[in-house]
Design a protein around this ligand. Sequence first.
Ligand code: GDP
Length: 418
Amino acid sequence: VAALPTLRLVVTGHVDHGKSTLIGRLLHDTDALPEGKEEGIRAACKRRGMPFEYGFLLDALQAERDQGITIDTTQIWFRTAARTVVIIDAPGHRDFVRNMLTGAAQADAAILVVDAEEGVREQTRRHGALLALIGVKQVVVAVNKMDRVGYDAARFAALSADIRAYLAKLELAPAAIVPIVARDGDNIASPSGNMPWHDGPTILRAMDALHVATDPGETPLRLPIQDIYKFDERRILVGRVESGRLAAGDTLLFSPHNVTAKVARIEGWPDLPGQSAGPGDCVGFTLDDQVFVERGSIASHLQAPPKETDVCRARILWLDRQPLQAGRRLTLRLTTASHAVHVQSIDGVTDLDSLEMAPATEVTQLALGHVTLRSARLMALDDDPALARTGRFALVDGDRVVAAGRASMAGYADQRAL
Ligand code: GDP
């Protein structure tokens, strides 16, 4: 069987709106659970006299994953007709928000779960803003617990309009809005008999319609260098292709150092036959010239490089308890690069309810701030939404992630000196 393209998914939404139940149900409905797992948990529930919940399946898998019991459980995944869907982060994880942002977890798409009875709540708004911020453009909204509102089409239509209006302010258009009952499996893998009025897709169908990172599309090459190994005479550069395509013979430009060299050979890295690599592929390659390259250098083609600057505007989600003020010194981590930066100014704060921006002198915890950052040396970055992976960053204080953000060059010129 040919491998299906992998879709990396995060499941977000307000607490108790049904994220774990939805994931548990997806694993159940796609036969993705290890043999005997569900039966074991059902039996344990019965022994303790408690009702079975689909959310327990996820809890059990996560516990095993965290303890590293078996290789198989290091990733939680299921298959649809056209995709392998890997849940790169799931609720319940204490550092869910932080994980989403550090770059380790880079999603192709998100499911935003909204309780049909409760509607849009604080975390619905915050997670929506977060998805917009980190550049996850593909969002499937699951309106859950439709059983609690009598499977009512009018309630669903009203809620859909609310959600659409909020996401529109974030410049997000949902790929689909699906009315579901996660607990019972309505509109998850198969269309619900309780909601014959729904003319859109099920959750699984909606997954199949999403794009995966392995579609190279028209995006330019971005290959952040992760490591450089020396073997005998050879120097092998290693990294992950974040967008575009790399081929032997290509002339590469390394930013921010502004040096060029040709790809001599793409070395046989796991699973990578041939002499070219696309998005998501980890590659090792050699150059025809010993130019200066280090961890954090971003390789691109000459005609479409990232920008170079020592100053940028940024939208950030501030995570730390202690508010952010101008003058603060932090480390900006963007892909594999680290830069010493300081906050030159606080330019405003956006209210998460109204999404209006107001002037401010500090950014408090979980507020969306607009700041200007200045770095000691040139940084290579992208501010094009199509290149979100080389435009989003984390701000770090020591080893604590204190913010996630995206860079914008509005008002500043590219400082590349070719
Ligand atoms: P999470 O915090 O978002 O992960 O929410 P959970 O998946 O833990 O669900 C919270 C509660 O809602 C649990 O008691 C579930 O059994 C319940 N629940 C989840 N989905 C549904 C549903 O479709 N209908 C009803 N009535 N209850 C549900």
